[in-house]
Design a protein around this ligand. Structure first.
Ligand code: SF4
Ligand code: SF4
Length: 92
């Protein structure tokens, strides 16, 4: 058994998530779990994510960022150094 860290797949920004459950209900690969106590989605199986970005597009609060694996970035000609991280600015 290998201990592999998955560093791609959906990342939820819980500052914006409203717990609507759209991501959990619509992910075709069942990547999401559901925290019954907090009434919030969890990323339960990131290794199953195909990076189709459906959840990111569907999320009404734009709270999901699907991070692509390195080989997919390189396929698109994107190098890690060219990616700039940005913070979502809150609406005022
Ligand atoms: S679709 Fe967005 S707002 Fe709705 S539960 Fe998922 S992350 Fe939260
Ligand atoms: S990107 Fe696609 S496969 Fe991955 S978690 Fe979102 S909906 Fe599921």
């Amino acid at each position: 058994m290998y201990n592999v860290k998955i560093n791609y797949g959906p990342k939820i920004d819980y500052r914006y998530c409203n717990g609507c459950g759209m991501c959990y209900q619509n992910c075709p690969l069942d990547v999401y779990g559901w925290d019954e106590e907090k009434k919030m989605p969890t990323v339960a199986y990131p290794g199953e994510c195909s990076c189709c970005c459906l959840c990111e597009v569907m999320c009404p609060e734009m709270a999901i960022d699907v991070e692509l694996p390195l080989h997919a970035l390189l396929d698109f000609g994107i190098t890690p150094a060219s990616i700039s991280k940005y913070e979502k600015t809150p609406l005022t």
